[in-house]
Design a protein around this ligand. Structure first.
Ligand code: FMN
Length: 339
C-alpha cells in the first residue's frame, strides 16, 4: 500500500490531491464525493475584493444613514446583517463544508489592493477555515504602474492578510512575473506559508462571426502542465514554502509529474468539473499505481526527485540545451510536425 499522506502548509493531508477553488464548493455533497475519492483538502471558491468592498460600502452607507435617524425610525430600519450579502452566504458555505468533510477546508480571498477587505480574513479564520488561499489575480494594472510597484502592492496585501490571522496563508500567483522565484521568495519573507502555481488567466477570445469579444470560460487541458512543472522544479530547491500545483492536472500521471517536480499538493478544478467530483478516485488510484510501479513507498519519497537540484540532468530544465534542441528540429516531409 503506497502512503499518499503529505504535509502541506503545516497541515497533514491524507492525499496530495486537493479540490481547487471553483463553484464546486457550493455543493457540499459534491465535495464529500471528492473527499470520498481521496481528496486530501478542499479550497473554496473565492470571495472577491470587489464584492467585499461593495459590502463594506453598503454597511458604511447604512451606518451613516442610521446615525441620522431618530430612535423610532432606527427601530424599523434593517440591521447591518441586511448588507452582508456577499460574505454571509460564504461563511455559511464554509460552515456546511466543515460539518460535512473531515479534511482541511481552505477559504479563498481574491484581491490585489491593500484595504479593509482583508479584514475578512479574520472572519474566515473565526468561521473555521483551516488555512487561507489568497489569489493575487489581476488582469492589468494602471498603465504607468511598474512591475516593481505591482509586486510591492501585492506584497502589502499578503502582509496584511498574514498579520490578520494565525492560520497559514498560501498565495496563488500567475506566471507573469519577471522573476517568479524572486517574487516567491519575497512572499516567503512577507509571511506566506505556501504558494500555488499558477492561476489560469481568464482569456477572452475574438468571435469573428459576431465581431465581439467571446467571454466563455475554457477549461484546461494537460498541455498547460509543463509551465507549472518547470516553475515547481525551479522553486523546490530555493524556497521553504509549501508548493501546490494548479493548472492542467487531468490524470494521476499528471499529478505524479507535479510531485516529482516538487509539489506538496496538486489542486484540481477542470478535471473535476468535466468528469465529476468522484473522478478524484481515478486520479488517486492512478497516482498510487504509478508510485508503486516505480518502487516508491510514499508520495513524499517521490517529491522533488526531478527538481532542479535532484534531476539526473538538471540542465534539461535550463536553457543550456535549448539551442541544441532547436537546431535538431526537423520538419517531416509530409509537412506534419515531428520532434
Ligand atoms: C469555473 C471555474 C471557477 C473558478 N473559480 C475560482 C475561484 O473562485 N478562485 C480561484 O482562486 N480560482 C478559481 N478557479 C481556478 C481554479 O481553482 C484552478 O486554479 C484553475 O482552473 C487551474 O486548474 P485546472 O487546470 O485544474 O482547472 C476557477 C476555475 C474554474 C474552471
Amino acid at each position: 500500500m503506497v502512503d499518499l499522506t503529505t504535509s502541506w502548509l503545516g497541515l497533514s493531508l491524507r492525499s496530495p490531491l486537493v479540490v481547487a477553488a471553483s463553484p464546486l464548493s457550493k455543493d457540499a455533497s459534491a465535495i464529500a464525493e471528492a473527499v470520498a475519492g481521496g481528496a486530501g483538502a478542499v479550497v473554496m471558491r473565492s470571495l472577491f475584493e470587489e464584492q467585499l468592498v461593495h459590502e463594506q460600502m453598503g454597511l458604511h452607507r447604512f451606518l451613516d444613514a442610521r446615525a441620522d435617524m431618530d430612535a423610532e425610525a432606527r427601530s424599523y430600519a434593517p440591521g447591518p446583517h441586511a448588507f452582508s450579502a456577499d460574505a454571509e452566504p460564504y461563511l455559511a458555505e464554509l460552515a456546511r463544508l466543515k460539518k460535512r468533510v473531515d479534511v482541511p477546508v481552505l477559504a479563498s480571498l481574491n484581491g490585489t489592493t491593500p484595504g479593509g477587505w482583508t479584514s475578512y480574513a479574520k472572519r474566515l479564520e473565526d468561521a473555521g477555515a483551516d488555512a487561507l488561499e489568497l489569489n493575487l489575480y489581476e488582469v492589468g494594472s494602471a498603465p504607468d504602474e511598474t512591475g516593481a510597484e505591482v509586486e510591492e502592492r501585492q506584497l502589502t496585501v499578503v502582509r496584511g492578510v498574514v498579520a490578520a490571522v494565525a492560520i497559514p496563508v498560501s498565495v496563488k500567483i500567475t506566471p507573469f512575473y519577471a522573476s517568479v522565484t524572486a517574487f516567491v521568495r519575497a512572499l516567503e519573507r512577507a509571511g506566506a506559508r505556501g504558494v500555488v502555481v499558477f492561476n489560469r488567466f481568464y482569456q477572452p477570445d475574438i468571435a469573428l462571426d459576431t465581431l465581439d469579444v467571446d467571454r466563455h470560460l475554457v477549461l484546461s487541458t494537460s498541455a498547460e502542465l509543463p509551465l507549472r512543472l518547470h516553475a515547481l522544479a525551479r522553486l523546490s530547491p530555493v524556497t521553504g514554502l509549501s508548493l501546490a500545483c494548479t493548472g492542467g492536472v487531468h490524470s494521476g500521471l499528471d499529478a505524479a509529474k507535479a510531485i516529482l517536480s516538487g509539489a506538496h499538493a496538486v489542486e484540481l478544478a477542470s478535471v473535476l468539473l468535466e468528469r465529476g467530483p468522484g473522478h478524484c478516485a481515478v486520479l488517486r488510484d492512478e497516482l498510487a499505481g504509478w508510485l508503486r510501479e516505480k518502487g516508491y513507498a510514499s508520495s513524499a519519497e517521490a517529491r522533488g526527485v526531478l527538481d532542479l537540484r535532484s534531476a539526473p540532468d538538471p540542465r534539461a530544465w535550463e536553457r543550456l540545451d535549448y539551442a541544441q534542441m532547436l537546431d535538431g528540429w526537423r520538419p517531416s516531409r509530409s509537412g506534419k510536425r515531428r520532434p
